[in-house]
Design a binder for this molecule. Structure first.
Ligand code: ADP
Ligand code: MG
Length: 149
């Protein structure tokens, strides 16, 4: 699928709708639901996560985990999913560094939703059923293209 948004608000809305769909659908999988968000700096990955977490009724302020690498949120809605992890691999050089962050453990549990920015850097540890989203700058300042499989 290929979407074009014309504002950060619209990107957040799209993400919120996707989050709602994910909650409704009963994806039967053994591991966590992983969304890999790839794209350049400023392409809208963190903005998308903000909308996605709002869509999951998470009320806290959602800031980029660029420096802390990982942020976790508890899901307080009735769902099979219990936790959401927002991970930013921008500063990661080797997948091994994420082992220290327990990424493997986090990915194993089917109650977890994991959103990862700069996922190419840890591709080795991502499950096969990872949903890949690609973010691109559009032809004008506030346009972004979002593609997913
Ligand atoms: P990334 O995490 O990919 O580096 P961010 O989401 O942090 O990107 O930043 C995207 C920036 O682009 C924000 O300042 C946001 O307000 C702006 N922006 C402008 N138009 C859009 C759009 N259509 N979708 C998402 N962000 C947009
Ligand atoms: Mg970001």
């Amino acid at each position: 699928m290929h979407y074009k948004t014309i504002s950060s608000k619209q990107t957040k809305k799209l993400a919120g709708l996707l989050a709602a769909e994910i909650l409704k659908s009963r994806l039967k999988q053994k591991n966590a639901l992983v969304l890999a968000l790839s794209g350049d700096l400023g392409a809208g990955k963190t903005t998308f996560v903000q909308g996605f977490l709002r869509g999951l009724s998470i009320k806290q302020k959602i800031t980029s985990p660029t420096f802390v690498l990982i942020k976790s949120y508890k899901l307080r809605i009735k769902s099979h999913y219990k936790n959401v992890y927002h991970i930013d691999c921008y500063r990661i050089k080797k997948a091994e560094e994420l082992l220290e962050l327990n990424l493997k453990e986090i990915i194993k549990k089917s109650q977890n939703i994991v959103l990862i920015e700069w996922p190419e850097r840890v591709k080795k540890v991502l499950p096969k059923n990872t949903i890949w989203l690609k973010f691109k700058h559009g032809e004008k300042e506030n346009i972004r293209e979002i593609l997913f499989n």
